[in-house]
Design a protein around this ligand. Sequence first.
Ligand SMILES: C[S@@+](CC[C@H](N)C(=O)[O-])C[C@H]1O[C@@H](n2cnc3c(N)ncnc32)[C@H](O)[C@@H]1O
Length: 337
Amino acid sequence: MLAAADAALAKARALHAPVLLAEVIEALSPARGGVYLDATFGAGGYTTGILDHGADRVIAVDRDPEAIARGLTWSDAFGGRLDIVEGRFGDLEELVETPLAGVVFDIGVSSMQIDQPGRGFSFQKDGPLDMRMSQSGPSAADIVNNATQAQLADIFFIYGEERASRRIAKAIVAARAETRIDTTLALAEIIERQLPRPKPGQPHSATRVFQALRIAVNDELGELARGLAAAETLLAEDGVLVVVTFHSLEDRIAKRFFQKRGGKAARGSRHQPLATEDVPSFEIMTNKAIRAVKDELDVNPRARSARLRAGRRTDAPALALTAKDIGLPVPPEQRGR
Ligand SMILES: C[S@@+](CC[C@H](N)C(=O)[O-])C[C@H]1O[C@@H](n2cnc3c(N)ncnc32)[C@H](O)[C@@H]1O
């Protein structure tokens, strides 16, 4: 049994090179011991790294049942030091109780999810227009075929920063009046027809709309906001929070969170002490986001857009976080159109 877990672990290690692993481990410094939370388990690259570097225990969370099932084939190899939990990190406070020595978020979609056409995240190969990380709830096809034209335009503009959002939304509504749009290639073709051909080196014209739909289907920005707030509550004093993001919308939220909670927004003085809500709950460890160095980019081009931000928990109490604090956009369905 253990031999099977060891073999499965060796295979998992060989298959996956996690982004910015050395930098994540340096920030978390698991050799201090204690319990660490990997909020985005994926293929387990960070989890195994944290365990290899001396953590007493890792609690690993993922909302994708396939990621959980794969991890369970090798978790026994760590002899009880690893607990794998299926759930969303927006619900962390219900999933995890222990005061934590470190929390890491590696936000976004995994290569396992992107590479499987059946999950519907990619337009490189045809597949069902799905994009649900949890494999439950409304899919991208449900949104594309049922949302109003104004809602679609808002989704593409807010979550994809797509300037042709209205034109693309109109084309989708016209196309779906003829026949349902149920596959990734059918949607990509509609988008391609609306946009000029990208210049060499520019991303495929459907990239921004696919990103936007993925964010909407999985409520990714809302999850990030709830996850960061939960991490603030669950971390012990001196515990470290590490956030790795892959696009500007996510990075902006992480940056604003650390600015707000890291005491950058307001400074006190002897004469005017800080208000409770301004006492920093994190000491910022990364003044600028850390990015992958050339050696890593040479072997893992996906690391190109990765940004790492980290902070160390102070003894200040955790406070409620508003959407405004971190610049969370108002979701399209709440915009009253
Ligand atoms: C970029 S991958 C993580 C890769 C991981 N660091 C590794 O080394 O293998 C992101 C993972 O986070 C998961 N995920 C995304 N949003 C989530 C959420 N709100 N709650 C839990 N898991 C989430 C995805 O299902 C995916 O498996």
